[in-house]
Ligand binder design. Structure first.
Ligand SMILES: *[C@@H]1O[C@H](CO)[C@@H](O)[C@H](O)[C@H]1NC(C)=O
Ligand SMILES: *[C@@H]1O[C@H](CO)[C@@H](O)[C@H](O)[C@H]1NC(C)=O
Ligand SMILES: *[C@@H]1O[C@H](CO)[C@@H](O)[C@H](O)[C@H]1NC(C)=O
Ligand SMILES: *[C@@H]1O[C@H](CO)[C@@H](O)[C@H](O)[C@H]1NC(C)=O
Length: 379
């Protein structure tokens, strides 16, 4: 009897302590929790109940001169003739920074290899790297010399005279659509990708060829953010003040890590960029605003990743389009995704079933938001 009571007391004590602990943690973070929950609820309800962003055009409209002032930076390195080829399936623009020389080198001999696309996949692809100038003024001249040298060797850099920082990413976005408009308007598709992304070229090319045959219009595909609220925490790098964006929700947009638009959408985005205030520095959100004003909305493709890195598994490589956060392993992934043995591997019923199970266990875990959504397991 005595032991029994003691056990109960002990249990109660543990329970009480745990409750106190949880309670104090909640109190400590209540402000943030509250803000976060409320802002998401507001944002989602607006997105799913009202879903009208007509205010964007009016409040972001500026005169043509002002709009131009955001974009018209001088070209320091340009490759005007890069796209001089007929039947260009894809112009792939890689967002890079001056110092990321090694990433560019890795991309050139893996997924950014134009020769591979021509000889093995039978399509014309052009890959360019877009960048600004080195942020540190003392290093700038030296870095610029190296970039000039790199461009002489590979002929694939597009550089404008703006400081290459996180807060100038929207300038880089505008540069991409401006350049595509001026020098590459005949490309069937345009892709924008980060330089730490892995792009499964064979899968992407096959998919885009199919879309091209269907002559798709208003095509914009990637990992879609729907009803995302602006972040009002001042310590976040995505912080946006009320003066810049007073509404509770952003229009739909695709994660900037990697997305594809058709040529007609690229032209529309360029047109919109000639009329809007481009101070909002979050480039993928601003892309959403440009597109929304032109009546274009993004579609989700389950195998485009946002922030996340795809799990390493052959069943995943078989379908993947992009995966984010790869630098060191990019050669490994490329080798696997272009291995003729693996590519030819005939997927029978049993393999399909096996892969289905593998993918369900990989993607459909609770609290797993990172790479591909659960529905990717069923495609
Ligand atoms: C690009 O691909 C071609 C054809 O597959 C290959 O011969 C060449 O070595 C590759 N280039 C680089 C830089 O890896
Ligand atoms: C780019 O960003 C820097 C600081 O991040 C800023 O000083 C500069 O004015 C921005 N714009 C251009 C065109 O470089
Ligand atoms: C553009 O937006 C910024 C911040 O949102 C604002 O301060 C600026 O006045 C706007 N420019 C014009 C010309 O409306
Ligand atoms: C956006 O607004 C401007 C005038 O403020 C108007 O000329 C333009 O046609 C509008 N664009 C769209 C797509 O509604």
């Amino acid at each position: 009897m005595f032991i029994y009571f003691r056990r109960i007391r002990k249990l109660k004590c543990v329970q009480l302590t745990a409750t106190c602990f949880v309670f104090s943690v909640v109190m400590l973070y209540w402000d943030q929790l509250d803000n976060n929950v409320v802002s998401h609820m507001r944002s989602y309800s607006y997105r799913y109940l009202v879903n009208s962003y007509n205010f964007l055009n009016k409040s972001f409209s500026v005169s043509r001169e002002v709009a131009e002032s955001f974009a018209n930076h001088r070209y320091l390195i340009n490759r005007r003739h890069k796209c001089r080829v007929k039947d260009l399936l894809l112009l792939l623009m890689v967002k890079t920074s001056p110092k990321n020389t090694e990433r560019r080198a890795a991309i050139r001999c893996t997924w950014g290899n134009e020769t591979y696309a021509r000889s093995e996949l039978g399509v014309n692809v052009r890959v360019v790297f877009v960048l600004g100038v080195h942020p540190k003024e003392s290093d700038r001249a030296q870095q610029q010399k190296q970039l000039d040298q790199e461009d002489r060797e590979y002929g694939d850099l597009i550089q404008q005279d703006f400081v290459d920082t996180f807060h100038n990413l929207t300038i880089k976005l505008l540069l991409q659509f401006q350049w595509a408009h001026s020098y590459c308007s005949h490309a069937q598709f345009l892709m924008s990708a980060d330089d730490d992304v892995f792009v499964h070229m064979p899968n992407l090319v096959h998919y885009l060829q199919e879309m091209g045959r269907r002559d798709v219009r208003n095509f914009w595909i990637g990992r879609v953010h729907r009803g995302a609220p602006p972040i009002r925490r001042k310590d976040s790098k995505y912080y946006v003040p009320y003066e810049m964006y007073p509404w509770s929700t952003y229009p739909d947009y695709t994660a900037g890590a990697g997305y594809v638009v058709s040529g007609d959408v690229a032209a529309k985005i360029y047109q919109a960029s000639l009329t809007l205030n481009a101070t909002l520095h979050i480039d993928d959100v601003f892309m959403g605003i440009l597109a929304n004003v032109m009546g274009v909305s993004p579609q989700e493709h389950a195998y485009f990743s946002g922030e996340g890195k795809a799990p390493y598994h052959p069943c995943v490589y078989h379908k993947m389009m992009t995966s984010h956060g790869h630098v060191k392993d990019i050669h490994y992934l490329w080798k696997i995704s272009t291995d003729p043995q693996l590519q030819k591997a005939n997927y029978g019923l049993l393999d399909d079933l096996y892969c289905q199970v593998v993918k369900i266990t990989l993607f459909c875990k609770p609290y797993y938001f990172n790479t591909y959504p659960c529905k990717a397991a069923f495609l």
